[in-house]
Every structure is written in C-alpha cells, then in structure tokens.
Ligand binder design. Structure first.
Ligand code: TPP
Ligand code: MG
Length: 411
C-alpha cells in the first residue's frame, strides 16, 4: 500500500487582507537603472532575465538613471505630466457625476495613469490600440477626441456617439486609433494580433497595441494570441497591466505567484519585458523599444506593466471588503504623478507653483467640458436616445420582424 500523503492543491492567497498590511515583498523589484537594455533585434529567448526583473528609470530621488533612460526633450515630459494629471482630474470628476446619477457606471484608472498616457506618446498616427476599460489615458493623452464628446457618451445623452449602446466607459474611436472596447475580456489580444497580421499582409506600416489585465491573462484567448503573434512575428505590442487585482481576485490566482506575466511571453518565443508602470520614463522607453521592434519586422513584444489599482475596480465595487485600505499608499512603486513631478522639478522643468496652476487649469477645463456635455442631457434628466433607435444601424432596410418589435415597444 502506498505510504504517500493525501494529495492536495495549492490555492494562492493574497499577502494582505483587510486589517492586515500587505507584504509587498512578493513583487521582486530591481533598482532603477539596474536592468540592461538590449538592442531591439535581440532574440526573444534572450529576454528571460528582462521578464523576471523590473525595468525602472526614475530612482528614489527622481533622477533618470541607467540604459533605459530615454533621450527625450523636456517638452514631451511636461506634456506627459499634464496628460497624467488630466486623466486623474477627469476620472475624479466623472466619479462624482456617477454618484450624482448623471452616469450609470464608471471605471477609473487611478494610480495606473502613466501607462496609457506614456504609451500613447510612443505610438504613431494610424497605429491601432485594442484597449480595455482602463486605458482612457490613451484618449486623454492626445487631443484627437474632445472631452465633451467622451462625457456625452458617459452620460448616455442625445450626443452620445454610440447612442447608449455601450457601457459608458467603452469608447470606440477609429479616428483616434482606439478600437471599440469589448466587455469580453482578453478578446483584445486576439483582435490586436489579427489586426497587426492584416496590416502586414496589406504591406502597410501601422502596428497594433493590445491590452489585457493580470486577471484576464487566465483566459484562453491570451494564449492563442501569443501563439499567433510568435508564429507570424506579428507587428504588435502585447500589454499586460498587472495592477495586482482582478476585482477581488489577487493576481496570484491568475498565475503571478510562481512566475511573472512577462515570463509567459518568453515561453511562447516572444521578446518580453517587465516594467515599472508607475515610472513615466520607463513606460515611454519600453513602449518605444517595442514599437521599433514591431515597425522593423522584428516581431511582437510582450510588456508586463507592474502597477497598483489604487481605486475600486468600478463604481460597483467595494475593495475594503477584500484588501487593506492603505495598500495604494504603501505600494513600493509610488504614485506616477508624484514621481514624474519630482523628476521635472529636479531638472528645473517644473515647479510647485506651476503644478498648482496646471491642476487648477485642468479642473476648470474638465468642469467646462462637463457643463457643455450636460447641455445635451444626462442620465439624470432622461434626455437620451430613444429606445426606438436600438433597431437602427444594423440593416440597410429594416426587416419586418424588427419593425414589428419596434411597434410593440410603442415608442
Ligand atoms: C471573459 C470575461 N470573464 C469575466 C468577466 C467579468 N470581469 C469584468 S472585469 C473582471 C476583472 C478583470 O481583471 P483584470 O484582467 O486584472 O483587469 P483590471 O480590471 O484589473 O484592469 C472580470 C472578471 C468579463 N468581463 N469577461
Ligand atoms: Mg488587474
């Protein structure tokens, strides 16, 4: 008879729960400047160390150090800080509007703003992002789409470009390289790889950038996308935003405990980086590296952005039920706004007075955009597209059964 112990499974647990401080030592950080920067034509198999360490540029005193420190003019960094601040102000304001019942639902990207804003600056016009609901920074970092238009969608009002057919935060802007957000997680990755492959098949020069969260990497679509991207060397950047949580599920449950999410890429033959997502300069530098690879037919790059979801998952979530309340303040990679501000002040390209001034300007700008959007209605006053419009825009000529249904609706 076997003398073996009964078999058991390992069920990962978060390293902190309400009432107990999180032990963030599980993150495995590198020092700023410590990680090497290989040439863009490096072999994917040679990026194993980069997928386990952490690319960082800004050190604790706010200096840009090491081989990943990008050669950028300060104007780009000043625009970057403004973009992060704008994204945060926009989110804060829309959260209040949701509480006032002018918006049905909202999702912030609090604490993660540097990732999408810096990444957008590394892409070229015509490139296509396949974002999730937490990359509003891609739109707010550039001026292609007015905030008024975004807010009209959030308020599901008469000027909502999508006529109330999407969740409020699920924008769709072909003209800004922002593919319609799908609520079905992980579809972004297969779509991005497919779009990148199509771009190559057409002989075009545009690249794709796909987005996924730590939790969603557990979906089969993630792995399918990696296989296609590797086999055909698709011109795509595969972004995994590891913000430590998937609603109330700790990232270890999706497989972040014994390995890294960037490690998945290396295993599939894809060049991979693990990068400090709260370090604007590191995000910009890594995004540029990956974009150059894609644009030079060197194939895909997977980037795990290590960050922390400082707010609730959405307006329907209460994180105090499952994690310590002060986690965001204790997260070892700090806050993206504070870190870039410290850097810019250090190189004399910013000042506390300017910071206060810009903050005020942005608050006024968002507030004015909201006022203008509310002229076209909000969920609170019921001025929204008629339910009858849901039958339109699918068929050129509305079929009989839809006409009947519209009549039955009585609108
Ligand atoms: C295929 C699929 N499964 C489940 C959900 C429900 N859901 C919405 S968001 C979410 C958590 C996603 O977490 P993560 O991928 O880490 O992204 P984050 O919200 O942290 O940015 C879940 C489970 C969904 N929308 N789609
Ligand atoms: Mg997550």
């Amino acid at each position: 008879m076997s003398q073996n112990e009964p078999l058991r499974l390992h069920v990962p647990e978060p390293t902190g729960r309400p009432g107990h401080e999180t032990d963030f030592s599980y993150l495995h950080l590198s020092r700023a400047g410590e990680v090497r920067r290989p040439p863009v034509d490096t072999a994917p198999a040679d990026t194993g160390d980069l997928a386990r360490s952490l690319v960082r540029v800004l050190d604790d005193s706010g200096q840009a150090v090491g081989p990943w420190a990008p050669q950028v003019d300060t104007e780009l960094l000043r625009r970057g800080l403004r973009a992060i601040m704008k994204t945060r102000v926009f989110d804060a304001r829309m959260l209040i509007a949701q509480r006032q019942k002018k918006i049905s639902f909202y999702m912030q990207c609090l604490g993660e703003e540097a990732i999408a804003t810096a990444h957008a600056m590394a892409l070229a016009p015509g490139d296509m992002c396949f974002p999730t609901y937490r990359q509003q920074g891609l739109l707010l970092s550039r001026d292609d789409i007015s905030m008024v238009e975004l807010i009209c969608q959030l308020m599901s009002n008469e000027h909502d470009p999508l006529k109330g057919r999407q969740l409020p935060v699920m924008y769709s802007y072909k003209r800004a390289g922002f593919f319609s957000i799908s609520g079905n997680l992980a579809t972004q990755f297969i779509q991005a790889v497919g779009w990148g492959m199509a771009s190559a098949i057409k002989g075009d020069t545009k690249i794709a950038s796909g987005w996924i969260g730590d939790g969603a990497t557990a979906e089969a679509d993630f792995h399918t996308a990696l296989t296609f991207a590797h086999v055909y060397r698709a011109p795509v950047i595969l972004n995994v935003v590891n913000n430590q949580w998937a609603i109330s599920t700790f990232q270890a449950i999706a497989g972040g405990e014994g390995t890294t999410f960037a490690g998945r890429g290396v295993g599939c033959g894809i060049a991979s980086l693990r990068v400090d997502g709260n370090d604007f300069l590191a995000v910009y530098a890594a995004s540029m590296w990956a974009a150059e690879r894609a644009r030079s037919n060197l194939g895909p790059t997977l980037i795990e952005w290590v960050t922390y979801r400082a707010g609730p998952h959405s307006t329907s979530d209460d994180p105090s039920k499952y994690r310590p309340a002060d986690d965001a303040a204790r997260f070892p990679l700090g806050d993206p706004i504070a870190r870039l501000t410290q850097h810019l002040i250090g190189i004399k390209a910013w000042s506390p007075q300017e910071h206060e001034q810009v903050q005020k300007e942005l608050e006024a700008e968002v507030s004015a955009a909201q006022k203008e959007a509310e002229r076209y209605g909000s969920l609170a006053d019921g001025r929204m597209p008629s339910a009858a419009t849901m039958f339109e825009d699918v068929y050129k000529d509305m079929p009989q059964h839809l006409r009947q249904q519209r009549q039955q609706l009585g609108v």
